[in-house]
Design a protein around this ligand. Structure first.
Ligand SMILES: Cc1cc2nc3c(=O)[nH]c(=O)nc-3n(C[C@H](O)[C@H](O)[C@H](O)COP(=O)(O)OP(=O)(O)OC[C@H]3O[C@@H](n4cnc5c(N)ncnc54)[C@H](O)[C@@H]3O)c2cc1C
Ligand code: SF4
Length: 488
């Protein structure tokens, strides 16, 4: 039981400082000041947790994290016990604790009339301390089942499933088409949000437990899906939802217009010290980012670090409300105006901005965007308002308008996995596709989502696969394939 009056004594929400903008723009390191962690502050903040009878933080988090339990252990300075409770529901709190948007904090009961408990910062502090103290060694299984599993895709869904299944005694190989493990956490999320050493540290543990990794192997090309299915007792498709939403406007094929992902991937590779020939870079350029979401925000931070002359974001919709509205009451995750670390660093954000055309210079390179004000129509559609067009100079345009779903071509053709009319992979509640022994988890099944959902799905799919292979399972299944986020 926590301190029942803690929240009355400590009302202020305290977080470690971020590094000054002018300093952090000079490098790719985490914007948060790693040295800014103060144990006294953390324990004081954990004391604010009310150990609620109905802890809504559990409802907000798809992992069902045991938040009040580890808050109380931190309050008492019992870091290793806190790490055990934290890892009981989450394989990778060092990732969620850094870059999850923390729906748990949005649904924290204290948040009704005080700032929410600093759940995310306490989470990451517990796991960092546990690593520092050498507490997170390998959990080698006591017995082997003799069953073999191929996990395709090494993002958080694939990694969570692989760790659960390896620990359950199965022989697990993770296949990854990129040259490094980690999925979008490796090649997507920039280092200033998640330094890659955190991935390496966890992979060391997984390798020591027995999970095998095969990089630069694309299933469907280097090995066919049906050959993989023949070779392994079960297969998990955890290939993400990489197909980008297009913006088919006049001038789309001009030079200098790219989807966000190739730009971010090359940026991450360069930050890792790789030689990236003909890298798409923002250095010295007027950059337009189309799309106001997380991917767009990552493009802003990357462009500013590369030395862009200017960065402007265009969002087609209205500027979100500054506070919760009636449509997003507590405890649902509110869609409010967010200021990410990249937004703090610079750039301009324009709302109600509909791109109409990409304008060419004489050499076939984009030189500007024709943009109009967005008009909301009676049927809910949005169109550019006639007569409001104006031009914005652009040397580099990054399209960050989200993702439409998984790449299903080879999977459907080679493994006989059914896809829906909307090109989603068909699956039942327990993550099974139409092909026996083939399961799907993470963004590949759910559509573009969050790391916390990918981990939750990976854990649950592992339970379903364990049951498929052995007839029963003791692995946890925090969500079904149909579970949705808390809604009003
Ligand atoms: C730019 C960006 C920033 C984001 N920032 C955040 C954030 O801050 N917080 C958050 O919670 N979420 C964020 N997300 C979302 C989050 O990264 C994803 O929801 C999550 O990574 C999905 O995990 P996954 O394991 O399902 O797939 P992915 O992470 O997409 O991993 C899939 C992997 O499968 C591999 N693969 C695909 N096909 C094959 C094949 N045929 N053979 C072998 N390998 C294959 C891919 O190369 C990739 O490595 C962000 C997404 C993007 C694009
Ligand atoms: S809802 Fe907030 S205050 Fe209540 S148990 Fe969860 S973290 Fe603690």
């Amino acid at each position: 039981m926590g301190d029942p009056r803690g929240f009355m004594k400590i009302r202020e929400r305290e977080l470690p400082p971020s590094r000054p903008v002018e300093v952090r723009l000079l490098d790719w390191k985490d914007v948060k000041d790693e040295l800014g962690k103060d144990e006294t502050v953390l324990r004081r903040q954990a004391t604010r947790c009310m150990d609620c009878g109905v802890p809504f933080c559990h409802e907000g988090c798809p992992l069902g994290n045991l938040i009040p339990e580890w808050n109380d252990l931190v309050r008492q300075g019992q870091w290793l016990d806190a790490s055990d409770r934290l890892h009981a529901t989450n394989n990778f709190p060092e990732f969620t604790g850094r870059i999850c948007p923390a729906p748990c904090e949005s649904s924290c009961v204290l948040g009704i009339n005080q700032p929410a408990v600093t759940i995310k910062n306490i989470e990451v502090s517990i796991v960092d301390k546990a690593f520092e103290m050498g507490y997170l060694g390998p959990h080698v299984p006591q017995r082997q089942t003799g069953k073999t599993i191929a996990v395709v895709g090494s993002g958080p869904a694939g990694l969570a499933a692989a760790q659960q299944l390896t620990r359950a005694g199965h022989t697990v190989a993770v296949f990854e088409k990129d040259d490094r493990i980690g999925g979008l956490m490796q090649y997507g999320v920039p280092d200033f949000k998640l330094e890659k050493r955190h991935i390496t540290r966890r992979l060391d543990q997984m390798r020591a437990e027995g999970t095998r990794f095969r990089v630069s192997v694309e299933i469907g090309k280097d090995i066919t899906w049906d050959a993989l299915r023949d070779r392994y007792d079960a297969v998990l498709v955890a290939t993400g939802a990489p197909v980008p939403r297009e913006l088919p406007l006049p001038g789309r094929d001009l030079d200098g217009i790219h989807f966000a992902m190739p730009y971010l991937i090359e940026g991450n590779k360069a930050a890792a010290g790789d030689d990236v020939p003909d890298q798409i870079t923002a250095a010295g350029k007027h950059v337009i980012v189309i799309g106001g979401g997380d991917t767009g925000s990552d493009c802003i931070g990357t462009a500013l670090r590369q030395g862009a002359a200017s960065v402007t974001t265009l969002a087609i919709g209205k500027k979100p409300a500054l506070e919760r509205t009636d449509s997003t009451p507590w405890p649902v995750d509110p869609r409010i105006f967010e200021i990410s670390s990249s937004h703090e660093e610079g750039g301009e954000r324009n709302y109600l901005a509909s791109t109409v055309e990409f304008v060419s210079d004489e050499s076939g390179h984009v030189k500007s965007l024709k943009v109009a004000e967005t008009q909301y129509n009676a049927d809910g559609s949005r169109t550019p308002m006639a007569g409001t067009e104006h031009e914005i100079p652009a040397d580099l345009v990054l399209i960050a308008m989200g993702f439409t779903g998984p790449d299903t071509g080879a999977l459907a053709g080679q493994a006989d996995v059914a896809v829906t009319e909307r090109r989603q992979i068909q699956r039942d509640e327990a993550y099974a596709t139409s092909a026996p022994g083939v399961f799907v988890a993470g963004d590949a099944g759910r559509g573009a989502s969050l790391i916390v959902w990918a981990i939750a799905e990976g854990r649950a799919a592992a339970a379903a696969m364990d049951e498929y292979l052995t007839g029963s399972t003791e692995l946890p299944a925090p969500v079904t394939a149909r579970t949705v986020a808390l809604r009003a």
